[in-house]
Design a protein around this ligand. Sequence first.
Ligand code: 9D3
Length: 247
Amino acid sequence: MHKRFSIITIFPEMVNAYMGCSILKRAIERQLISVAVHNLRDYSVDKHHTVDDYSYGGGPGMVMKPDTFFRVIEAQWPKKDNIRVIMLSPRGRVFSQSVARELADESKELVFLCGRYEAIDERVSEHLADDEISIGDYVLTGGELPALVIIDAVSRLLPDVLGDSQSAEAESFSHGLLDYPHYTRPEQFREMSVPKVLLSGNHEAIRKWRIKQSLKATIQKRPDLLESYSLSVEEKLLLEQIKEEAS
Ligand code: 9D3
């Protein structure tokens, strides 16, 4: 299985820098994914390669022109079939692990439209994009980092992208609780020691300790996650223990 991503941006070098490192670089080399980066400016027809203009109705900031976005899509995908066009926008639905799974299961090529300046002409979201996604409620300077965030989260869910030692599922958020604490050598570091149970060799005790620590961390740091999480019988029991110990 090979997943194709394309990114339309006026800053191709930003995207190439990230894709040229670490796990995603390896995934490209192993032909598990491909990432094509298109410079939006190449599709502007005027002599200054203009991609933005003043806002009709006035107001601060420039608006990205619709025509260059339409032209790049029509030039690269003339029939516009087998692609899902995703516009990155603060007005989009909010990205999450479940949206990442949805996009990993999508068989179509994912084409990301990245904006800069104050806005993109509304006709792009209305008539060119299939989907509009935000990565959260904070203000960035453009859609490039959001596109990379999405490609990163989707790619690691694809078969074979992660090594055996770090399979995508066994982690925080994929099952709804926060991760338990992790330790490595040395056993003692500047008076700070590793919890005894982890050195005991008692696998059942370690498993229970980890579930309990996950529950504790979630209650303490992200109680909102626990609301929408359905506890197993064992987890309910351990949660009762935590409450008893606290009282
Ligand atoms: C005051 C109006 N601003 C909206 C909050 C204008 C504006 C600021 C920054 C419009 C776009 C941007 C650039 N941001 C993105 O393109 C963007 C984004 C983001 O800023 N946060 C979270 N997700 C995303 S996806 C694209």
